[in-house]
Write a protein that binds this ligand. Structure first.
Ligand SMILES: NC(=O)c1ccc[n+]([C@@H]2O[C@H](COP(=O)([O-])OP(=O)(O)OC[C@H]3O[C@@H](n4cnc5c(N)ncnc54)[C@H](O)[C@@H]3O)[C@@H](O)[C@H]2O)c1
Length: 329
């Protein structure tokens, strides 16, 4: 049975990955410091959780010398753009330096391949949209820069040490486990769909709509929401791609359909039966009008096909989770 190490597996995307891997009969070890993750996000008893820091070299040495892994999936990272601008040192330490420690340990112990969680933020201001892999990379904040630096390290580590990897650039991860067992639990929450649902539940102030004068059909920003289960699926395809002997690569992952903030609010109203309490606010700096992934390369090369591209389904899964979530606190 294949044995996989999932770093950050107690977080939002990582926990959906763990669930999917276990359902596909992989053996899973989770390494997570629980800084933003939750022990009860790992729903299956047969996934072993090691509470620890990915930057702890002694822990990695112990792990890699006592257990054989057929691959590593690395989700652990700080993820807030605004915080990264205020605290770049923390972001470079956590996202770059600790990943370097992981890569060195993997090379030394002959562990691989690696699937790395990257982001649309590696591109910076879009020069065109949909954004394909050939788009210029010019990140505009330390979060995006930290992921860009790791992507660069991955190329260099392949060239020098033969460490094979796939970097997957997610656009906006959204939705929840279709069975409703796990979902998104960020604190603070910055993502549109949970914010809109929390506003409907009265758990937060009205949703702020930043800008209604963009050059989009309804004037609000258009983003690409990819279902978290589809994201997890892409990681499995990426592992199979590397196990088949294919080269190190990067892929953009989106669902291929952009939805505007207003369209998401409309979907929330259809799903919950209630309008989203909201107020209009000025544009935020650095928010492009349109940010959508061109995922054709992931589809053709990895054979990946998102199943939940419909915004109502994405919102419905997130809504089912939000109603259950209160019991898991
Ligand atoms: N959520 C999105 O929309 C989105 C978009 C693009 C990219 N990403 C990337 O996907 C990955 C996962 O994001 P998420 O939304 O699931 O975040 P999350 O905060 O829910 O999960 C991150 C997990 O990593 C763990 N962790 C953090 N630092 C660690 C460390 N030093 N050692 C061990 N564990 C550590 C946390 O406890 C948590 O369980 C991140 O790398 C993020 O940059 C997310």
């Amino acid at each position: 049975m294949f044995n996989l190490l999932v770093i950050g597996g107690a977080g939002y995307i990582g926990s959906h990955m763990v669930k999917q891997l276990l359902e596909a009969d992989y053996h899973v070890v989770v390494l997570d410091d629980l800084s933003t993750g939750f022990e009860n996000a790992i729903t299956a008893e047969n996934a072993r959780l090691i509470i620890g820091d990915v930057g702890d070299r002694a822990l990695l040495d112990l792990l890699f010398s006592t257990e054989k892994f057929d691959g590593v999936l690395h989700f652990a990272s700080l993820i807030q753009v605004g915080e990264s601008v205020a605290q770049p040192a923390r972001y470079y330490r956590s996202n770059v330096a600790k990943t370097l420690t992981l890569l060195e340990a993997m090379v030394e112990h002959g562990v691989g391949p690696l699937i790395f969680s990257s982001t649309a933020a590696v591109f910076g201001e879009p020069e065109y949209s949909p954004i394909d892999e050939a788009h210029r990379q010019a990140p505009i904040n330390p979060y995006g820069a930290s992921k860009f630096m790791v992507e660069r390290m991955l190329e260099d580590f392949d060239r020098a040490y033969g460490l094979k990897s796939v970097a997957l650039r997610y656009f906006n991860a959204a939705g929840a486990d279709p069975e409703g067992r796990i979902g998104e639990r960020h604190d603070p929450e910055t993502h549109l769909i949970p914010l809109a649902l929390h506003a409907v539940l009265g758990a937060r102030p009205p949703l702020k709509v930043f800008g209604r004068d963009y050059s989009t059909p309804d004037g609000t920003c258009v983003r690409d929401y990819i279902h978290v289960t589809d994201l997890a699926e892409a990681h499995l395809r990426a592992l199979e791609y590397l196990w088949a002997g294919n080269p190190t690569a990067r892929f953009n992952l989106g669902n291929g359909n952009g939805f505007s903030v207003q369209e998401v609010m409309d979907a929330v109203e259809r799903v919950t039966g209630q309008p989203v309490p909201h107020e209009n606010a000025p544009r935020r700096t650095g928010d492009p009008a349109h940010l959508v992934a061109d995922s054709r390369a992931a589809k053709s090369t990895l054979g990946w096909n998102p199943r939940y591209a419909d915004i109502d389904t994405i919102v419905a899964h997130a809504w089912a989770w939000e109603q259950k979530r209160v019991r898991l606190r």
